[in-house]
Design a protein around this ligand. Structure first.
Ligand code: SR1
Ligand code: MG
Length: 403
């Protein structure tokens, strides 16, 4: 990494000054390092006098939450910058604008979105996002369709796949989602209170087979350019706006992995609603909003994806084969459900968790919420290949919560 070094706040301010369209030359700027994810530095530079701001994100050469003994390629910053540009072109209202990428310093300079809230926090505060299902389904349909063999030149797609070979970040997913939770591993992380659940995962042959099938799909199916880590910490939201950030895990993979990530994280928050008393009417209301958003994400995605296919399909064999589109969408729903389940399980017993569950202060309630998340996740995994409708996922969540 010749020349690379992690930036100080003073260096971030200096870089920000080279954006005269945002800051005037004499501006008083302030800077805060606000990175709360697992991997990167994120500087928020603002000019208090005008309220204008910029975000400067820099990849560290190791996993920040683990330490320098877990090295990680900074090439992920190049991948993130390129993915953001492609996704912004396909869904301009839903992805921030990138102003600069510097591959040597692993830096991406982008639009300030600090008026938005990280969706995970918004959901934990029980904010209702009426636009979210519509927005995220548009993001998913546009980015997945137009980067796939259905919606772009199949020759250009092969060339693009080369630019998105993301070996180390994919390995994180392969290990943390499709391997470690299903065996004893030093990186697994669960409370003693649910050790029985972790042991049961390791002994559940039918579940292990489904995980093997999902792992195989993740490893081998280069269907579209994925975001690759589309959890609710990778989304900024307001009730009237949605912005998808952080595609450093981008690679060519199975479409259902992105759709499943959204659904999994809505359902993790659904399980986290145990925090509120069962007598609290707003717990029921908020869960209804979450399930409606799960339903809307899939139904609106599939309708938009079909329309794009009908209007912009590039492959006459695919477009002219009777029933092929239906079979494709059926299989995509099944993949989505399987990946959603795997993503729920890993957030309870694997290395990296979610605050929707971990931040519940009461031990007994937190344990109940984690058991609920596991029960929904396992059922999604078990049943994924027999799914015909998103309503089955809603029924699984309702039944598990009623127990
Ligand atoms: C080692 S990184 C842990 C997790 O953080 C990222 O956001 C991904 O979800 C990854 O699995
Ligand atoms: Mg991230």
């Amino acid at each position: 990494m010749p020349g690379y070094h992690p930036y100080s706040e003073a260096e971030a301010i200096e870089l920000a000054r080279s954006f005269p369209d945002v800051f005037s030359p004499e501006a008083e700027l302030s800077c805060r390092e606000i990175g709360d994810g697992n991997l990167n530095l994120v500087f928020h530079i603002t000019e208090p006098a005008t309220g204008k701001g910029l975000i400067i994100k820099q990849a560290l050469p190791y996993v920040k939450v683990f330490g320098e003994s877990w090295p990680l390629s900074i090439d992920r910053a190049r991948i993130e910058g390129e993915a953001l540009r492609i996704q912004h072109a396909l869904a301009p209202e839903l992805v921030p604008q990138v102003f600069l990428t510097d591959h040597e310093q692993a830096i991406t300079v982008m639009e300030d979105l600090s008026d938005h809230v990280i969706l995970r926090k918004g959901l934990m505060d029980r904010t209702v996002y009426p636009r979210f299902a519509g927005d995220i389904s548009t993001f998913l349909a546009q980015t997945l369709f137009f980067t796939s063999d259905l919606g772009m030149s199949q020759q250009e797609k092969k060339l693009r796949q080369q630019a998105f070979v993301n070996v180390e970040l994919c390995q994180i997913t392969e290990d943390l989602i499709f391997d470690e939770p299903y065996r004893e591993h030093e990186r697994n992380n669960y409370e003693d209170a649910i050790a029985d659940e972790a042991a049961a995962l390791r002994a559940d042959g039918a579940l292990l087979t489904e995980i093997a099938l999902l792992r195989e799909k993740f490893l081998t199916r280069g269907e579209a350019l994925l975001h690759g880590d589309l959890h609710t910490g990778s989304i900024f939201a307001l009730p009237e706006s949605t912005k998808v950030i952080d595609p450093e895990f981008a690679f060519y993979g199975p479409m259902g992995f992105d759709i499943g990530a959204v659904i999994a994280n809505l359902l993790l928050n659904y399980a986290g609603q145990e925090h509120w008393s069962a007598d609290d009417a707003s717990r029921k209301d908020y869960r209804e909003f979450l399930l409606e958003t799960v339903r809307g994400t899939w139904t609106q995605f599939s309708a938009k994806f079909r329309t794009l296919w009908d209007e912009h399909g590039q492959d006459p064999v695919f477009s002219n084969a009777p029933g092929y589109q239906d079979l494709y969408l059926d299989r995509l729903l099944q993949d989505t459900i399987g990946f959603a389940g795997a993503k729920m399980v890993r957030r309870v017993v694997g290395f990296a968790h979610v605050a929707d569950l971990d931040a519940i202060p009461d031990d007994a309630v937190r344990e109940r919420a984690k058991r609920l998340a596991l029960s929904i996740g396992k059922e999604l995994i078990r049943q994924n290949r027999s799914f015909r409708s998103i309503e089955q996922a809603i029924d699984i969540a309702l039944t598990a919560a009623a127990r």
